[in-house]
Ligand binder design. Structure first.
Ligand code: CA
Length: 415
C-alpha cells in the first residue's frame, strides 16, 4: 500500500496507520482530523465535500466537533469503514492527488495546527498489569518475600483514577505539593513532592455505553475498544508511599496524566499482534481468552533537561503485559460496572525484565539509590523542575510502520 502523499519511511503516520485526533486549524477552527506523514487532514470539510457519503451510519457531520466521542460512538462498522475510505482516497492512484481544491481546503502541514485532547474522558481506570513493574515496586515497598501479593496473578489489579486531570501532550504539569513522611521522621511533613516520577503506559479508549448489570466478555472486548494512546501517569512517589494504605493511590496520582494526541485504532495495530505471556496459575473462566491478545509496540522514554538534549532513559514494549486489554475490560465489567464512550483504561507501568526497560524513575534509579547519569554528566534520581519527559511508541514489521508520535510534558516548579 502506497500513498500519493510523500512521507519519510520512519514516519509513525504511514498509510497503514490513519489515526484520529482533534486539531485547531490556523488558530481559528476546530475539527476532527487524521494524519499522514506531516499532513493533517480536516475530516469535517472532507465530509462536507461528500467523501463519506456512501458510508451508512454517518448521517450528520460528526467531525464538526471538539472531541472524537460522537464519531467513536458510531461503533466499529462505521469507524472502520471511515478509516478504510480515508486509506483508499490517500492511495497512490487516488483521484484526490489531482483535486487541488480539496487538497488546499483539507490538507494542512502539522506546523499549521495545534493538537487538542482527542476525547472527552468520562472515566479513567489505571491497571497494574506488568508483572515486572509490580514485582519491582513490591520489592521496594514491601521487600523481596512479599513482592507480588497473593491476588496479583488472579486479578488484573486496578483502581479508579481521576479523569479531570488528563491532558494532551505539550501541556505543562505543575509539581504537586502534599504530605510525605520521610523514613527518618516520626511525623509527616508538607511541601513540594521530592520524588516526582513518570509512568510509561498505554491506554485504550472504549467506544460504547453499557447498562449497569451488563458485562463485556473477553471475546467481546476488542469490538468495544476504539483505539489506543500513549499515556504518562505522572506519580508523586513520596506522597504515594505515605497515603496508599489501605485504599490505594490518591493525591500521589490525581494531579495529572498526559496522553498522546493521536488515537491509533486497533485495526491499525493488527500487524503487531503477538502471543501473551503464559498465565500460571490458570485464570478463572471469565478471564480466559482465545487468540493473540498482546501487541508488539516498541516504547521509548526520553528525559530532556531545560535547554538540554533528549536522553533516552528507557526502552520497553507493550507486549510484555501479563494481563491484556480484553482481560482488563472483562474484569472491569464482570461485576456489572457500566462503561461510557471515551472511557480511558491505562495499562499500568510497562516494564521489561532488565534495568534499561524499566518504565519509571522509581525503578530506573531503584528508589533513588542508583541515580541515572545523563549525557552531560548530570544525575537524576527523580524528575527535577523544568525537565521534560517524552514518550514515543511504534510497531514496525515487514516494512509496515504504525506509531503514536509522542506524549511530552514539562514539569514546572510547585506553586
Ligand atoms: Ca499508573
Amino acid at each position: 500500500m502506497k500513498s500519493f502523499v510523500n512521507y519519510d519511511s520512519t514516519s509513525d503516520f504511514s498509510i497503514h496507520n490513519i489515526p484520529f485526533g482533534v486539531a485547531v486549524f490556523n488558530q481559528e477552527y476546530i475539527a476532527c482530523c487524521t494524519r499522514i506523514g506531516d499532513q493533517v487532514i480536516d475530516l469535517a470539510t472532507l465530509y462536507d465535500y461528500g467523501f463519506f457519503d456512501e458510508i451508512e451510519g454517518i448521517d450528520e457531520n460528526v467531525f464538526e466537533a471538539y472531541t472524537l466521542n460522537e464519531f467513536i460512538e458510531l461503533g466499529k462498522p462505521v469507524t472502520t469503514a471511515v478509516r478504510l475510505k480515508i486509506q483508499a482516497i490517500l492511495g497512490e492512484d487516488s483521484k484526490l492527488a489531482e483535486d487541488h481544491k480539496t487538497l488546499e481546503e483539507c490538507f494542512f502541514s502539522i506546523d499549521q495546527v495545534k493538537m487538542m485532547m482527542p476525547v472527552h474522558v468520562p472515566n479513567y481506570t489505571d491497571f497494574y498489569s506488568s508483572i515486572e513493574h509490580a514485582t519491582n515496586v513490591g520489592k521496594m515497598f514491601r521487600g523481596e518475600e512479599n513482592a507480588l501479593l497473593p491476588n496479583w496473578k488472579h486479578i488484573p489489579v486496578g483502581y479508579h483514577g481521576r479523569a479531570s486531570s488528563i491532558v494532551v501532550s505539550g501541556t505543562d504539569i505543575i509539581r504537586p505539593k502534599g504530605q510525605m513522611k520521610p523514613a527518618d521522621l516520626d511525623a509527616p511533613i508538607f511541601g513540594p513532592c521530592k520524588q516526582l516520577d513518570f509512568e510509561l503506559e498505554m491506554a485504550f479508549i472504549v467506544n460504547q455505553h453499557t447498562e449497569m448489570g451488563e458485562s463485556i466478555s473477553t471475546s467481546q472486548a476488542e469490538d468495544a475498544i476504539f483505539g489506543m494512546v500513549l499515556f504518562n501517569d505522572w506519580s508523586a512517589r513520596d506522597i504515594q508511599s505515605w497515603e496508599y494504605v489501605p485504599l490505594g493511590p490518591f493525591l500521589g496520582k490525581n494531579f495529572g496524566s498526559s496522553v498522546s494526541p493521536w488515537v491509533v485504532t486497533l485495526e491499525a495495530l493488527e500487524p503487531f499482534r503477538t502471543t501473551s505471556p503464559t498465565q500460571e496459575p490458570k485464570v478463572l473462566d471469565y478471564l480466559q481468552f482465545e487468540g493473540n491478545k498482546n501487541f508488539d509496540i516498541h516504547l521509548e522514554v526520553y528525559l530532556q533537561p531545560e535547554n538540554g538534549d533528549q536522553n533516552l532513559i528507557s526502552e520497553s514494549n507493550y507486549k510484555f503485559m501479563y494481563w491484556n486489554m480484553a482481560q482488563q475490560l472483562a474484569h472491569h465489567t464482570i461485576n456489572g460496572c457500566n462503561v461510557e464512550v471515551g472511557d480511558m483504561y491505562a495499562s499500568g507501568t510497562i516494564s521489561g525484565s532488565n534495568r534499561k526497560s524499566f518504565g519509571s524513575m522509581l525503578e530506573l534509579s531503584w528508589r533513588g539509590t542508583n541515580p541515572l547519569t545523563l549525557k552531560k554528566g548530570e544525575e537524576r534520581k527523580f524528575i527535577e523542575d523544568n525537565d521534560t519527559i517524552i514518550m514515543k511508541g511504534f510497531g514496525e514489521k515487514e516494512g509496515i510502520r504504525v506509531g503514536f508520535g509522542e506524549v511530552s510534558g514539562k514539569i514546572l516548579p510547585a506553586n
